[in-house]
Design a protein around this ligand. Structure first.
Ligand SMILES: [Fe+2]
Ligand SMILES: [Fe+2]
Length: 261
């Protein structure tokens, strides 16, 4: 089976660029399932029902998130009633929604898990113990984990820990695609970060001027998205899995650049 996984989709422009880019990617790669990280999809960051529904209507099958999952209180009830929109599995058990979803394609059932790291991030439950408990209860052979974390070493460590037990561990959160896509020795596809879908000449999706001012002065700054005339980019990865074994047989990063139609 083939998965197309898209990194953090940033703001209305990123959502729009995904909508106009995804049909050609589906034609070219024919994925069985499309997964995108939606934690930055809402205007002003976080996820809102309107931004998640826009991504689902654009052809995304499952939405993962991360540290911004619960930023917008309007999303809480939406998570509860939309099982294919995930918040991190290792949030406290009282969090709304679910941290995993079984994409029940009759030929290729796939478990998608949203998991968050802990280095340089807000406190969250132990991702190792949390994912171990879930994997013990799953009988799905093909498993994709979006590991939303800051530190490359933390992502590598979890991927090697799960090598051979899941089909793929794909990092998100930094919004910058890493050049380390590989299949680990026991058959788990891995890359530290798949990248994002958002403005190209930006600092992780926002106009560079305000992050520069904030980092230069230490004073707060309001982040702004690039203009509708700006260039956009969609970074993603195609993962091929042998459905009989659940092991990965291919992993190919990609990038598409263009302007909003
Ligand atoms: Fe993000
Ligand atoms: Fe994040």
């Amino acid at each position: 089976m083939r998965i197309l996984m898209i990194g953090d989709v940033v703001g209305p422009g990123g959502c729009q660029f995904l909508r106009q880019t995804l049909p050609a990617l589906k034609t070219e790669y024919a994925p069985d399932v499309v997964v995108a990280n939606g934690e930055n999809s809402a205007s002003g960051n976080g996820l809102l029902p309107v931004s998640a529904d826009f991504l689902l209507d654009s052809g995304v099958d499952v939405i993962t998130t991360g540290n911004h999952a619960l930023k917008r209180i309007q999303s809480y009830e939406y998570y509860d009633r939309t099982p294919r929109v995930l918040r991190p599995l290792n949030l406290h058990r009282s969090a709304p929604g679910q941290g995993f979803y079984i994409h029940d394609d009759p030929r290729h059932p796939l478990a998608v898990i949203s998991l968050q790291g802990r280095a340089f991030m807000d406190p969250i439950d132990n991702p190792y113990d949390t994912v171990d408990a879930l994997l013990d209860s799953l009988d799905t052979r093909c498993v994709l984990i979006d590991f939303h974390a800051e530190a490359t070493a933390e992502k590598q460590a979890l991927a090697y820990y799960l090598d051979g037990r899941v089909s793929a561990v794909i990092g998100t959160h930094t919004h910058v695609q890493t050049a380390d896509a590989r299949i680990l020795p026991q058959g788990t596809a891995f890359m530290c970060d798949v990248g994002m879908c958002g403005g190209y000449d930006t600092v992780i999706g926002v106009d560079p001027q305000n992050p520069i001012a904030k980092l230069r002065t230490g004073l707060p700054a309001r982040f702004e998205y690039p203009s509708d005339q700006a260039e956009y980019a969609l970074w993603a990865v195609v993962i091929d899995i042998d459905p009989q074994t659940g092991k990965a047989v291919g992993i190919s990063p990609l990038c598409r650049r263009g302007r909003l139609a």
